[in-house]
Write a protein that binds this ligand. Structure first.
Ligand code: F0G
Length: 466
């Protein structure tokens, strides 16, 4: 009998063998830290963060099996045993021949962009993650996101809001297919709220791309969470195992990019998987200059082993059931308090819609950023803004700010790290301060870098007329 049944309380399907103390800070300390960090949570030291929901990337707890596999790490420069275990584990999930390790997801993106892109091209996708977009744009190309219409409305209930807008894809390709060297489908769609993509949408996207000979790449950072949603929400796959669904997803891919820092529980790592021999050769040649020899790709042998075990553990259905239900528990709790959250709840994070939650908060004062600062100051939670700071930009020609069409605060939950009592505590605290939040100050940007400005931007609080 299953240990975790629907409608029963969720419990963590693991025991804790090794613990790490949580930093406890006062509000006064946090206010000082904020001012020293120019109100940018990326600049806040982690020992001043009580609940770190900045990212689920590289922050997961590894299992006893992963830690013991690391002791078997073979640190040979070329042809290590660790590489062959890594290669085999990924081939088992993807059925793709060429497996190239990279030190993380963005280096896989950078290598692919270097190998394929030429100035003036356009890369399409459901919604590119910020590093993918930066890699495309810094190659002199355009990144064109074509998420389905439902993704635009944070309150719309739709089972697969990560999907691609297929009619729009057809239309764009009719006009511009010669400019398009590849399509990247991100599962789950992180930038659109951690929302899954259906297998039906993957199949249909592939059909359209095939007409123009455009390869389909999958950004597989959270492939297992996506596969679980397919099992739950796409009736045709209800009786399939997660492994079977995963294999089906990858069967439509010409290539895979993966940050192994998410759905393999590893603290570092990534890979590119390719079917095309010559593209694989090209990338293996390029990578020696920046990543390392193709059998280690910037990783130690022990990292390769941790990933090889983790990619097997992540497709455990009991784990995925707990993972998805615990995100739902967190999100529904916040919703009960009055926050408007992106619905339905996604795979790895709760996304608070700051504009919908605080409709009188003016967009030019960066509401999602303001909320991230207020929650850190009051509760010691660190989330990440996915709004105009991350997705907007300063137009270099006009000098004017271009705002994003959404103002979300993402609370990404590290895997197997926090327990339900942590979440219950946060919900209690959030409930106590919710009414005060409508009075939070706005922010202005006082410094910004050209690319990925959210990491290093400096901010100053500005009062709003309330
Ligand atoms: N693709 C997706 C969908 C991602 O979410 C990320 C990273 C990357 C690629 C890049 O991978 O960090 O290993 O270089 N996302 C993290 C996040 C940083 O917080 O969502 P990386």
């Amino acid at each position: 009998m299953s240990s975790i049944r629907n409608n029963k309380p969720v419990f963590e399907p693991f025991k804790i063998k090794c613990v790490e103390p949580i930093p406890i800070t006062t509000i006064e300390e946090r206010q000082k830290v904020l001012s020293r960090s120019y109100y940018n949570l990326f600049q806040v030291p982690s020992n001043k963060v009580t609940f770190d929901f900045l990212t689920d990337s590289g922050t997961s707890a590894m299992s006893t099996k992963q830690w013991s596999a690391m002791m078997m790490g073979d640190e040979s420069y070329a042809g290590s045993d660790s590489f062959f275990r890594f290669e085999k584990a990924i081939q088992r999930i993807t059925d793709i021949e060429h497996i190239i390790p990279t030190h993380q997801g963005r280096s896989a993106e950078a290598l692919l962009c270097k190998a394929i892109l030429k100035k003036g091209m356009a890369v399409l996708g459901n919604t590119q993650f910020d590093t993918t977009r930066a890699n495309i744009e810094s190659s002199g190309c355009e990144s064109v996101d074509i998420p389905c219409a439902e993704a635009q409305n944070s309150q719309a209930e739709h089972p697969f809001k990560g999907n691609v807008d297929l009619p729009l894809l057809e239309k764009i390709l009719k006009d511009r297919h010669k400019q398009v060297p590849l399509f990247i489908m991100t599962v789950t769609n992180n930038a659109a709220g951690g929302q899954p993509v259906s297998l039906e949408n993957i199949v249909n996207t592939k059909k359209i791309l095939q007409k123009y000979n455009i390869p389909l790449f999958i950004d597989a950072a959270r492939f297992a969470e996506n596969a679980y949603f397919i099992k739950m929400r796409e009736p045709e796959y209800r009786t399939h195992s997660i492994l079977e669904i995963t294999k089906k997803i990858f069967s439509h891919a010409d290539g895979v990019l993966m940050s192994a820092k998410k759905d393999t529980f590893a603290n570092i790592g990534g890979f590119i998987a390719l079917r095309d021999n010559s593209l694989s050769d090209k990338i293996k040649t390029l990578m020696v200059v920046t990543e390392g020899f193709p059998t280690y790709g910037g990783l130690s042998g022990r990292d390769l082993d941790a990933i090889a075990v983790g990619i097997h553990e992540i497709i455990d259905e009991e784990y995925l059931k707990y993972r998805i239900r615990s995100i739902e528990y967190f999100g529904k709790g916040l919703e009960k308090i009055g926050f408007k959250i992106v619905k339905p709840l996604g795979g790895h994070a709760v996304y608070i819609d700051a504009l919908a939650s605080f409709p009188l908060f003016e967009k030019h004062f960066y509401p999602a950023h303001a909320l991230s600062i207020a929650l850190y100051e009051r509760i010691g939670i660190r989330g990440v803004e996915v709004g105009s700071v991350m997705l907007g930009r300063k137009n270099e020609q006009t000098g004017l700010e271009e705002y994003a069409d959404k103002e979300l605060l993402r609370l990404a939950v590290p895997r197997r790290v926090y327990t339900q009592s942590h979440i219950d505590f946060i919900l209690e605290e959030a409930n106590d301060i919710f009414c005060d939040l409508s009075k939070m100050p706005g922010y202005q940007i006082t410094y910004q870098a050209k690319y990925l400005r959210h990491f290093t931007a400096k901010f100053a609080p500005v009062s709003r007329r309330i």
